[in-house]
Ligand binder design. Structure first.
Ligand SMILES: [Zn+2]
Ligand SMILES: [Zn+2]
Length: 207
């Protein structure tokens, strides 16, 4: 069976929440701000949901996690180095000018020592790619790579937000350039794109 990916773009920060599904099973990736929009767009009730995985813990990517956990009784997985971002999500949201208070997610499992998860007979590989945040990961399935904010606005990701580190980000994006040429990149914000050779050259020249 083919992997099926559906995107819903949500909230003030236009975060991409992804559903990655195969033969009736699905993972939810980065469910940002708006629970209702996610529910009404992703048709979640028809899937056997395996859980929620976050590429990183920035507040704009986590707003619907707790409500989804509660409604579907599914686990939430993230790298432990982003756990402070999760526990302080409401603080960071308010600093960004949004005073909405969201329920704080409970982390059920850390990705730190996991190299892969499954989706039916497919492998969903987990790669530790810090730099945008200390606990950033990329998720790989078939020829698709979910990168979170490692790429942003036709450039590599920002490192000036909480948890950012330029050196680590460069190492992580160079790893992506080496290993994922030709893959479709699903970023945290904006349209998906194919990581073609000329794009790699252009991005390399900007870092
Ligand atoms: Zn981010
Ligand atoms: Zn973001």
């Amino acid at each position: 069976m083919e992997v099926f990916i559906k995107t819903v773009t949500i909230g003030n920060w236009k975060v991409n929440c992804y559903l990655v599904a195969c033969d009736g099973e699905a993972w939810i990736i980065d469910p940002g701000d708006d629970f209702e929009t996610i529910i009404s767009n992703l048709n979640l009730d028809i899937f056997k949901l395996k859980g929620i995985i976050n590429t990183h813990g920035h507040f704009d990517h986590i707003g619907a996690v707790a409500d989804l956990q509660e409604k579907y009784k599914i686990p939430f997985l993230i790298h432990s180095k982003d756990k402070r971002l999760i526990s302080q999500g409401n603080l960071y949201r308010s600093l960004a000018g949004d005073l909405t208070v969201k329920k704080t997610p409970v982390i059920d499992e850390y990705l730190d020592n996991l190299s892969s998860l499954t989706l039916q007979d497919k492998m969903l590989f987990i790669h530790y790619t810090p730099g945008h945040t200390a606990g950033g990961v990329c998720l790989e399935i078939d020829k698709n790579l979910f990168t979170g904010d490692l790429f942003f606005n036709n450039n590599v990701g920002r490192t000036d937000l909480s948890g950012g580190n330029k050196e680590l980000l460069f190492t992580s994006v160079n790893f992506i350039f080496e290993k994922y040429k030709g893959f479709r990149i699903y970023p945290g914000h904006g349209e998906s794109f194919i990581l073609e050779e000329n794009l790699i050259e252009k991005l390399k020249s900007m870092i």
